[in-house]
Design a binder for this molecule. Structure first.
Ligand code: PLP
Length: 462
């Protein structure tokens, strides 16, 4: 199986090259040429597999140029660091099924993809005798999951910029207490947007990027998507039987997680029914589903900051399919959106979209109320991102169809929002409780691109 770009500008490439490329050379996103559909016999075989072995089976369908034993080693190592024997346990709460995706090292679902990506990068770089310096800006979750994904790995250094004093104390400690020699935390005296703008500008300098082997870990890397396809299939195998379907509700920001659900739905035929796309007040995607219009507006701050996103970086992948795999139409639409901030969809396109997705915007009051109500009824706590998904999932739950709500973060990561709901902060799990006593390391720099480049140049692997 080969990978192509949504904009049609590159010759097909194998999986491992797609992983190293990240963003396609023509500015588009990489996708497999075909999506494998899985038959009943295979599904029966998969039903008994452990999570890491299922991950090997699923990912191998997309990774023809990676030896199965190598892949099996990578998935086993990636999921052995999770602190739950089932990796992604399913629990019944409040009439819905919660899939806990937060048992990884940073207690958020991004660990599932980034642990795998870190191991995969290390393997590919070692195999080819190459090095990589990962550069990224974070507002919290992605940065810490990326750091934990590559800490101590050979051939990789990682530089993560976060806004000094503007990430939550837990998020800051999760990054700065990683003192492996290959991890460089940079607190910049500025905002997240300042950090992101500098990172973008540095990446656009092709000579600098090449000289310092810069790499990215953002959610457009196909390896992240494919690693997330696995848990949808895992849940569908456990809850849906012969001719029985399962629905999912997904708290959505960059459309990465729910796009993985879209791929899983395609692979499993009728076993996955509707995907409920839940947004917070940053509702560009829920408006897209419900009104057939994708239009930019200002970012608002909410208690679910990892979803405070307006332009969803993975949306282009869905557009490719909605436009019948026509890269010319995708390119035209991307240009039109860049110029006008708006895309409109035909009645037929809207109908196709709504066969796959239902969508709701969940505001702050409903988010906090959901945390409060489920805690009162069941003693179970959601983080605010999960609560957005649960609220929408409950609204779209059908009587005889299980609704799996993806729990994307541990409530203790977002203690302030939980406190607003129930009057006190959640108990810290052991992995967070001792963090403030650990040694920490972080360099404070000004929001000055020259300074960042200098620091990179002095510490990069070359
Ligand atoms: C990143 C993130 C999301 C959103 O995932 P997307 O793939 O961007 O849609 C939801 N919840 C949490 C806790 C996250 O960190």
């Amino acid at each position: 199986m080969k990978y192509i770009s949504t904009r049609g500008g590159i010759a097909p490439i194998p999986f491992t090259e797609a992983v190293m490329m990240g963003l396609a050379g023509d500015g588009g996103l990489l996708l497999p040429e075909t999506i494998p559909v899985v038959d009943d016999t295979t599904l029966d075989r998969w039903r008994v597999l452990s999570y890491p072995d299922l991950a090997t089976a699923v990912i191998s369908l997309f990774a023809a140029d990676l030896e199965p034993e190598v892949l099996a080693g990578l998935t086993r190592r990636s999921y052995a660091v999770f602190n739950h024997p089932e990796v992604v346990p399913l629990v019944e709460r409040g009439g819905i099924t919660v899939m806990e995706l937060f048992h990884g090292p940073t207690l958020a679902f991004k660990d599932i993809a980034l642990q795998f990506l870190g191991n995969l990068f290390e393997y590919l770089l070692g195999r080819d005798g190459r090095r990589m310096n990962i550069l990224g800006a974070t507002s919290g979750d992605t940065g810490s999951a990326a750091i934990h994904g590559v800490r101590g790995k050979a051939g990789i250094n990682i530089f993560i910029l976060h806004p000094h004093g503007r990430v939550s104390p837990v998020q800051e400690l999760q990054m700065t207490t990683v003192t492996d020699a290959n991890v460089f935390n940079i607190a910049i005296k500025g905002t997240f947007d300042d950090g992101q703008a500098m990172v973008k500008s540095i990446f656009s300098d092709a000579a600098f990027k090449e000289k310092y082997h810069l790499g990215a870990v953002n959610s457009i890397n196909w390896a992240r998507i494919v690693a997330q396809v696995v848990y949808y299939i895992y849940a569908a195998l456990r809850l849906g039987g012969e001719g029985k379907r399962v629905d999912f509700s997904v708290p959505t920001g960059n459309f990465g997680d729910i796009f993985a659900g879209f791929i899983a739905r395609w692979m499993l035929g009728g076993r996955i029914g509707r995907l409920v796309l839940a947004t917070n007040g940053n509702d560009i995607l829920s408006r897209f589903v419900n009104q057939g219009e994708y239009s930019r507006s200002a970012v608002v701050r909410t208690s679910s900051p990892s979803m405070d996103i307006q332009v969803a970086s993975n949306f282009e992948r869905f557009l490719f399919y909605l436009y019948d795999k026509d890269p010319g139409r995708v390119s035209a639409a991307i240009n039109e959106f860049a110029a006008s901030g708006r895309l409109l969809f035909s009645a037929a396109e809207q109908e196709t979209t709504r066969e796959i997705f239902a969508a709701d915007m969940v505001d702050e009051a409903a988010t906090i109320a959901t945390i409060r109500e489920v805690f009162a009824a069941d003693g179970y706590l959601f983080d605010p991102h999960t609560a957005v998904g649960v609220r929408a999932g409950m609204a779209h739950k059908l009587d005889d169809v299980p609704m799996v709500c993806l729990a994307t973060a541990h409530p203790a990561k977002f203690g302030a929002a939980v406190k607003r709901a129930i009057g006190r902060e959640p108990e810290l799990p052991p992995s967070l409780a001792g963090l403030d006593k650990l040694e920490s390391r972080c360099r404070i720099l000004s929001a000055d691109e020259g300074e960042i480049r200098q620091y990179l140049a002095a510490n990069a692997l070359i």
